[in-house]
Structure formats: C-alpha cells, structure tokens
Design a binder for this molecule. Structure first.
Ligand code: AMP
Length: 475
C-alpha cells in the first residue's frame, strides 16, 4: 500500500486521484530506498511505473524540507522529447495539490521562453540533454542547489550518444546530491562506466525481467518477399484485424514517410512520427494518435521507448528492429499495465537473422501466420549444418606453396631485407627502433602551415546506429 511509505497527504491524495491502488514492483523496491536518500541503479522498463517511483520520493523530500530562495532542486534527464512531456505530465499530476513547480527544457521549443521560466527557479526540471547543455553553456541554469539528479532511460541515452552531454550536465550539479539511474538494461560496460561516474555507493535493483513482463503480448510473424509485399500485408492487416490503436515501426525516417503516404493512399487514417519532423508536427501527430483521432501511427524507434499511450493493442514491425532491445521496447508499447496486446513482425530475407535472434534471446516464439492470397514465396533461411563430410571436403590451403609463387617474392629473392637497407642508423639499433625513427621523420617533414594535419580518429559511440537515416533526437 502507498500508505506504508508515510507520504505527505497531498501526495497520497494525488495518487488516489490517479487511481493507483497498490505500488508496482519497481515502486515497492525503489521508493523506500530513495526516501532514505540512497543513490540507486535500477533496471526497469517503461510501463513498470518507474516515473512515479522516482518522482514520489523527490516530491516527498521537497515537501518535508521547504527550501525557499534556492535554485532547481531536482533534474530529470530523458532521451526524447515525447518522454520529457510524459514525465512532466506525471509530475504535474503528482504535484497538483502542492506548491511545487516544474518545467520542460527540450529542443524544438522556444528558447527565450525556457530561459524566462528558468529564472523562476522551478523545483523540478525535466530535460532532454542537448538543449539543457545549451542553457548551461550560456549560464542560464543554476544547478548548484540540486538535490536529486535522475537519469531516465540511460541505455537509450547512451545509444543516442548523449554520454558526454550527461557528464557535462552532472558536472554542473551539486556534488552532495542523490542520483537515481534508470535503465532497461544495466549490462553494457560503457553504461556501468557512466553509472560509476555519476553514482556514489549505489544500491542496484534489478526488477522484473522483460520476458516476464511481455508474456501477455501475443507475438506473431508473417513471412514477406519484399517491400511491396510487406506494404500489401499491412494494408490487409489494417482492414482485417480488430484494434483500437495500431503502432507500426519502420527502421528509417524515409521509410516512415513513404509508408505512411502509401497507407493514406489506401484510405487509412494515419499519422507519422520521426525525429526529422518539426516539433509542432510531432506534437500534433502524438495528440491525434493519443486522442484516437488517428488510429494508426507509423513511426521510427523514436516512438519505441518510454511512450505510454493508452489503448495500443496492435504493434506491427514493418522491419525487424535492429537490436533485440529495440524489439522488446517496440512491442512493449502494447500490453501496457498488464493488458493484452498483439505484436506482428514482418520477416523478409533481410530480417531473418534479427528475427531468429529475437526468438533465441527472449526465449519466446513468434508464431507464424500467413495471410490468404498474400503468402510469401520466401520460406526462411535454413541454417547449414556442419556434417563430418563437409568439414573433410573443405580444401586445405597450401600457404607455403602459394607464397613461393608470388611475383613480388620471386623478384626480391636474394635481396637484403628492407629494414637492413635503412642507411643512416647506428648499427646497434634494433629494427623496431629504426622503424620508429623513420616514422618520426615523416611526421616532422609535414609542413606546419598550408599542409595537411594527420586525420584524427573519430570518437566511437557505443551502439550508435550505423544508418544515417536512423532515428534519434539530437537535443
Ligand atoms: P511508467 O512506467 O512510469 O511509464 O508508467 C506506466 C503506466 O503505469 C502509466 O500509465 C502510469 O500511470 C501507470 N502506473 C504507474 N504506477 C501505477 C500504479 N501503482 N498502479 C497503477 N498504474 C500505475
């Protein structure tokens, strides 16, 4: 029961009005420790009730200890604008009977207006990293009094290359603060490095595995031959399936635009959502879909994380997601709060490896179905088994013979080796030392001005998608 947490009556009232009867597992585990001001590293999915899990303790602290004339007291960093809006909405709901104030900082919205709100030092800021860094760099924010820093969807943040921004932001915050770190997975090494940087002696909470959460989502796959075939299958599904809201995922922004245009041409009422759309259009699309004005949304993975839209009972993967994690997030848009949902994945030859990977890693079967009149000729890719014969028959490379045949080797026969021919070296030097000196000479001989500088290796961002058209919010 929420009453077990001894929360301020104004919070309890808001919780009651929201209709939350009992705390979810993530709330039961997180709230008591967060109320003790411990740093926490929590693996929890969206849909598990984690927003309230991190907001309630902060609200409780601020109501218990009034701090007038201070800067912002809690900062929540999230990877996408849609998620920022969603967290802010829950914040408004939970603080509605209190004097506490919050604001959103994110790209695509009026910078000056945000600046003016920042001057009022709201207790809570919900922000996407890029725009917040901009405000920090121009000295608009005061995070010196910050008591709670919350990093939400840290794994997604890392995938989108926001690590450095998050570090920059954390460096501006008061050192003696509480930090809560939420992520769907805590596994990748780089993620734990970020957590180590931000948290002090954290408690780690691993909550309900994704597999357990998604057992109530019916998963199916349909084989497809090519894009045109996939388009026709979805067109038919949208006419035949009964659903309240359907979310269709594609892997690229271009595909999202093209496919939503195709569906409109086929007389479906559909909205599109991807990160290249301007903020107003994104908001309009979300509002249309949320309100049920448009029953169908075609989107990139910008819609796969964190969004809590009521009533999505059908998810279609036009393409299989690039990673198993993304697949899990996509299908998690349906079956929210324990309700039933269906997720249908279209699997062509290009999707096959991803599809088998999803089945193996999640240990769930995506049962096969076909659509009458639209059956695929593609029947899947069979794994070649290694038989004893096939191993024996493989020709053995004769490396020694081959190298003797090389023309270069024949020409150089009898000539001294290259290292030994460098003339001006001291006789005592080893070949390694000689090589080093030679390369040093090359670097010195590059003219300082008007010449070219050695190309710097680009910093690698872990898990950053390779496809340039792929989705992310840059601010
Ligand atoms: P979240 O994981 O924070 O996105 O929350 C997912 C959904 O669960 C939201 O619609 C919340 O309003 C709802 N929710 C959160 N906590 C509870 C609770 N204790 N009981 C019922 N629903 C909840």
């Amino acid at each position: 029961m929420f009453t077990d947490f001894s929360l301020d009556r104004r919070i309890n009232k808001a919780i009651e009005e929201l209709g939350y009867e009992t705390p979810t597992p993530v709330q039961s585990a997180t709230i008591p420790l967060a109320l003790e001001k411990k740093d926490l590293k929590v693996s929890a999915e969206t849909g598990s009730g984690k927003t309230a899990a991190f907001l309630i303790p902060a609200i409780q602290h601020f109501l218990a200890k009034d701090a007038k004339d201070t800067g912002t007291r809690a900062l929540i960093i999230v990877p996408t604008r849609e998620l920022a809006r969603q967290v802010y909405k829950t914040l408004q709901q939970l603080t509605r009977h209190t004097p506490l104030k919050g604001m959103i900082i994110m790209g695509g919205e009026d910078y000056k207006y945000q600046h003016s709100l920042l001057r009022k030092n709201p207790e809570f800021i919900v922000a996407t990293p890029g725009r917040l860094v901009e405000h920090i760099e121009r000295g608009n924010t005061d995070l010196k009094d910050l008591e709670v820093l919350i990093i939400d969807e840290a794994d997604r943040m890392m995938e989108l290359g926001f690590n450095d921004d998050v570090s920059t932001i954390a460096a501006q915050c008061k050192k003696e603060r509480q930090t809560l770190f939420f992520s769907a997975t805590l596994k990748p090494h780089a993620l734990s490095a970020l957590a180590d940087e931000l948290l002090e002696e954290p408690e780690t909470l691993l909550l309900n595995t994704r597999r357990d959460q998604q057992l109530h989502i019916r998963q199916q796959h349909i084989l497809a031959d090519d894009k045109k075939h996939k388009q026709n299958i979805v067109d038919r599904l949208l006419y035949d399936e009964s659903f309240d809201k359907c979310l269709i995922f594609t892997n690229t922004k271009v595909e999202t635009d093209q496919f939503s245009a195709f569906l409109r041409y086929k007389k479906h009422h559909v909205v599109a959502l991807h990160g290249d759309m301007d903020q107003l259009d994104r908001k309009l699309a979300m509002d249309q879909f949320r309100s049920g004005n448009a029953q169908i949304m075609v989107a990139t993975d910008v819609a796969s994380r964190g969004l809590d839209i009521e009533g999505i009972d059908l998810v279609i993967n036009f393409d299989m997601a690039r990673t198993v994690d993304d697949h899990i997030h996509r299908i998690g848009r349906t079956g929210r709060a324990g309700q039933e949902g269906t997720a249908i994945s279209l699997v062509g030859a290009n999707d096959w490896a991803r599809y088998t990977n999803v089945e193996q890693r999640t240990k769930q079967i995506l049962s096969r179905r076909s659509i009458k009149g639209l059956e695929a000729t593609f029947t899947g890719i069979k794994k070649k088994k290694k038989t004893a014969d096939s191993v024996k028959k493989r020709p053995v490379k004769k490396t020694a013979d081959k190298s003797k045949e090389r023309v270069r080797n024949r020409k150089n026969k009898g000539k001294p080796k290259r290292a030994a021919r460098i003339p001006d070296q001291e006789n005592t030097k080893t070949p390694a030392a000689e090589t080093e000196t030679a390369s040093e000479r090359v670097i010195k001989s590059i003219p300082k001005q008007g010449g070219f500088a050695p190309i710097k290796k680009k910093k690698k961002v872990d898990n950053l998608p390779l496809d340039l058209d792929e989705e992310h919010d840059s601010d």
